[in-house]
Each structure stands twice: as structure tokens, then as C-alpha cells.
Design a protein around this ligand. Structure first.
Ligand SMILES: NC(=O)C1=CN([C@@H]2O[C@H](COP(=O)(O)OP(=O)(O)OC[C@H]3O[C@@H](n4cnc5c(N)ncnc54)[C@H](OP(=O)(O)O)[C@@H]3O)[C@@H](O)[C@H]2O)C=CC1
Ligand SMILES: O=C([O-])CC(=O)C(=O)O
Length: 274
């Protein structure tokens, strides 16, 4: 009975065992209906030995470009620089790739065509954001504008290319400073580890060039705060979320939970929300 059930399970592989990947591995190891953890890819296996040894069912450790051989669904939870190496081989084999480094998709959009040609899929979770169901629905009609404002504590922004290249001192700020205003596409270039959410929002709605965004460094907040306003022919809505940072201060805790929720839907009998 157990073997029969296991053979029907969708196999899931995780690339990256940081703040997001390790939570997803733990959830899969504890059990998600119809799914089984088959493999992981890490940069330095020795560093993750203790974590992997503590799992009930130890997955294979594979190079990132081989995860698609061992899984039906490959979940990318690594830096965006690794996105292509993870997603391309998976979709080439007709697998599904769940992408969290969504900003990296903009420079690798041919992967969507590749997935289409090979019968693969690219799934973008709502991640650290809110309300992509409503944005998807509004986009079936006409969306006139999408505006997003992100405020992060200093720890969550340190090292972003936009800050480094423009030599901006954020460490001595006493009040909020608007760092950037422009398109989601340009925001993703300047803040690749900070505004994946804006790119996800743009792909759900009116695209990365028309989605407008501001990024603030804010020493008065302790959470990653995202506020969104959408004006459409079907509705006007405002949404906001205040994310508690995970052990990676750039990444909200809810991001891993969003991926786990997406994975649960893959085989769930009752699915709620679009
Ligand atoms: N879509 C969304 O809403 C959000 C997306 N993100 C994005 O998600 C991604 C992951 O974030 P997070 O988990 O916080 O990042 P972490 O830095 O915590 O973890 C990244 C992991 O990737 C591993 N890694 C790095 N290089 C390689 C490689 N060459 N091969 C295999 N593994 C590798 C790291 O290995 P090691 O442990 O050895 O260093 C680490 O385990 C980031 O791109 C981030 O910007 C973040 C928040 C929200
Ligand atoms: O966690 C967050 O609040 C958002 C984030 O880092 C991202 O979009 O990359």
C-alpha cells in the first residue's frame, strides 16, 4: 500500500538549501499529499550534512543541472545567477520548474518558450507578496495601472547593486530614504535580491515595464513592507503586507510558506484561490 502510493507521488527536487529551500525540504519530509522529496542541490554538501542527516527520508544530492532527471517538479531557491542552470535542464525534459528568483526570469525569458516547446511549465508562486489571484483576475480584463512601494530595514538592503553603484550610505540613515523610482524591470536590476515580488506582480498584471515601483530604505521599520495599488476596469484595490524577515534578512518568512502552499495544490483534492 505504501509502495503503491509512493509510486504515484510526484517527485520534487529542491535547488538551494537557504532560508527558503530548507523550509520546503522540511515540509516535504514531514509529508505533503501526493508529493515526495527526491533530490536536492547545494553548493557545499558538507555544510548541509547535519540538516540532511536529520531528515526522515534522505534525498539524493545532485548537481543543479541534473535535478530534472530525478524530479517531476524542480524548485529553484538559489541566487538568481543560478536560475538558468536550474530551470533550463528541467523544462527541457518537460518538467515543471517553480521559480522564486523571479527577477532572474526577465533576462532569461526564452526559458518560457523552451518550456512551451518541450511541454514543461514555469510556476511563479505569490512568494513574499499578496493578492496575485486578484491581479491575475483583473488582467483578464484591463488593468490601467499597478503601483508598488517597498520599504525595507537597512539589513534587508545592504549590498544591493543600485546602492553600491551609486555609493549610497544607508547605514547612517535616521529617516526613510527613497532609493529608487521606476519600472519593475529596472528595480529588479538594481535590487535583484529584494524585489522579486515586483517582478511576480508585473508578470501577473501589466508587465515589468508598465509596473511602477519605489524602493525605500527605512530605519523605522523592522519588517519588509510592500504596498500595492491596482486600478483596473473591473476593480480598484490596495493591498499591503508586512513580512517578518527570515534568517536571511532580505527574505520574508512567508516566501517559503507560499511555495509550500503552491506544492500542496499540485495534488490536493480541494484547491482554494486561483
Ligand atoms: N519570489 C519571492 O517572493 C522572493 C524571492 N526571493 C529570492 O529567492 C532566492 C533564495 O532566497 P533565500 O533562500 O533567502 O537565499 P539564501 O541565500 O538563504 O539561500 C540560497 C541558497 O542557494 C545556495 N546556492 C548558491 N549557489 C548555489 C549553487 N551554485 N548551486 C546550488 N546551490 C547554490 C546557497 O548555498 P549555501 O548554503 O552553500 O550558501 C543557499 O543554500 C533568492 O534569489 C531571493 O532573492 C527571496 C524572497 C522573496
Ligand atoms: O521577502 C520580501 O519581502 C521580498 C523579497 O525579498 C523579494 O521580493 O526578493
Amino acid at each position: 500500500m505504501t509502495d503503491q502510493k509512493a509510486s504515484n507521488d510526484l517527485r520534487v527536487a529542491i535547488a538551494g538549501l537557504g532560508s527558503i529551500g530548507s523550509k520546503i525540504v522540511t515540509a516535504l519530509d514531514q509529508g505533503i499529499e501526493g508529493l515526495a522529496l527526491s533530490a536536492v542541490a547545494v553548493r557545499d554538501p558538507a555544510k548541509h550534512q547535519a540538516f540532511l542527516s536529520g531528515l526522515r527520508h534522505r534525498p539524493q544530492i545532485l548537481p543543479i543541472d541534473q535535478l530534472g532527471d530525478a524530479a517531476d517538479i524542480v524548485v529553484e531557491c538559489a541566487p538568481s545567477s543560478q536560475l538558468r542552470a536550474i530551470v533550463e535542464p528541467a523544462v527541457k525534459r518537460g518538467r515543471s520548474a517553480v521559480v522564486v528568483s523571479v527577477g532572474g526570469l526577465l533576462d532569461n525569458f526564452d526559458l518560457v518558450d523552451l518550456a512551451r516547446a518541450k511541454g514543461g511549465r514555469i510556476l511563479v508562486p505569490t512568494g513574499a507578496l499578496i493578492g496575485l489571484d486578484a491581479v491575475n483576475a483583473a488582467a483578464v480584463g484591463t488593468i490601467h495601472s499597478v503601483k508598488m512601494v517597498t520599504r525595507k530595514p537597512i539589513d534587508g538592503l545592504r549590498g544591493a547593486p543600485f546602492i553600491v553603484q551609486n555609493n549610497i550610505d544607508i547605514d547612517n540613515l535616521r529617516e526613510p530614504l527613497k532609493l529608487f523610482e521606476g519600472s519593475a524591470r529596472d528595480a529588479a536590476k538594481g535590487f535583484p535580491a529584494n524585489v522579486n515580488v515586483a517582478v511576480a506582480l508585473s508578470l501577473a498584471g501589466i508587465g515589468p515595464d508598465r509596473t511602477q515601483m519605489q524602493v525605500w530604505a527605512d530605519p523605522t521599520v523592522t519588517r519588509n513592507v510592500h504596498r500595492i495599488e491596482v486600478e483596473a476596469d473591473s476593480a480598484r484595490f490596495s493591498m499591503s503586507i508586512e513580512n517578518i524577515p527570515s534568517e536571511n534578512p532580505k527574505t520574508g518568512m512567508i516566501t517559503a510558506l507560499s511555495v509550500i502552499a503552491l506544492l500542496r495544490k499540485q495534488r490536493a483534492t480541494l484547491c482554494v484561490g486561483t
